[in-house]
Design a protein around this ligand. Structure first.
Ligand SMILES: NC(=O)c1ccc[n+]([C@@H]2O[C@H](COP(=O)([O-])OP(=O)(O)OC[C@H]3O[C@@H](n4cnc5c(N)ncnc54)[C@H](OP(=O)(O)O)[C@@H]3O)[C@@H](O)[C@H]2O)c1
Length: 250
């Protein structure tokens, strides 16, 4: 089940956190992986070493997904490696949780450029390489906050809502050749929210709000991405798959 032997998949933002777990999960499924980072070259190389130990081939590419020219360059490097891409996972992203009065003039658009436009530009640049695959698939990364409101972080929530609708719009536009789905994680312990999960009060609030009674780990999300890239999901497109411990039920 969910075998990806012989695939080559670009995972943006795979130097850390959820992207890192996705890269390892895809390798366990047999896929070669292009690891991507913005600034954290040492972490990306460490991920690459883990992938090698799992017996797959890998490459590291770098670039700021908020910069369309950098996206074009990094996707070209990823695609030219094997001449095609079977999958793209757009994990790269940033979070800001500021209350609205604190959102400065240079805070809003940069977040949208990274989380929303970066997702779109990555997929757009990958299209020529995905079209060379027999069964190409894309997985974007939203958040429970893409469809369920939280207090603070308006730009982040708007960006993730945009990612979800872009996922559906691309799924329709690119069918039947390329499937496009999203995962929407709940609260997952990574560097992105380290301040939150290390604060005992906030930690307990999230546990209480999550029906399955705990924070998520990156390894909770990665198998959903593996499924959506696999042949078993061959008739699934435009889906936003919540992987959230049930927190969206509240
Ligand atoms: N953690 C959660 O609770 C949670 C919940 C729902 C959704 N998500 C989403 O899941 C995705 C991954 O989050 P995470 O928690 O794993 O984050 P993380 O641990 O902070 O890792 C972020 C990754 O994205 C890369 N990145 C950040 N900004 C970038 C940019 N401008 N250009 C290129 N790469 C960039 C980072 O590269 P460097 O290492 O080089 O900085 C890193 O690989 C994000 O889209 C996030 O919104 C997270």
């Amino acid at each position: 089940m969910f075998d990806l032997s012989g695939h080559v998949v670009l995972v943006t933002g795979s130097s850390r956190g959820i992207g890192h777990a996705v890269a390892l999960e895809l390798a366990r499924a047999g896929s070669d992986v292009v690891v991507h980072h913005r600034a954290n070259a040492a972490r990306a190389e460490a991920v690459r070493a883990e992938l090698t130990a799992l017996g797959v081939q890998s490459r590291v590419v770098a670039g700021d997904v908020a910069d369309p020219a950098a996206v074009a360059t990094l996707v070209r490097a990823a695609g030219d490696w094997k001449g095609h891409l079977d999958g793209v996972v757009t994990t790269a992203g940033v979070f800001r949780g500021d209350a609205s009065p604190e959102v400065g003039p240079n805070d809003f658009l940069p977040l949208l450029r990274t989380d929303l436009e970066g997702t779109f530009r990555t997929i757009q640049a990958a299209l020529p390489y995905l079209r060379k695959s027999v069964r190409p698939a894309v997985v974007t990364v939203s958040s429970v906050l893409g469809a369920h409101a939280g207090v603070g972080g308006v730009a982040y929530q708007a960006a993730k809502a945009g990612v979800e609708q872009a996922t559906r719009a691309l799924a329709l536009e690119l069918a039947p050749r390329i499937r496009v789905n999203a995962v929407a994680p709940g609260f997952v312990r990574t560097d992105m929210n380290r301040g939150g999960h290390q604060d005992p009060r906030y930690h307990a609030e999230i546990v209480a709000a999550t029906p399955l009674g705990r924070w998520g780990e990156p390894d909770d999300v990665a198998p959903a991405v593996r499924y959506l890239l696999s042949l078993e999901a061959d008739w699934v497109t435009g889906l936003v798959l919540g992987v959230d411990g049930g927190v969206a039920l509240r």
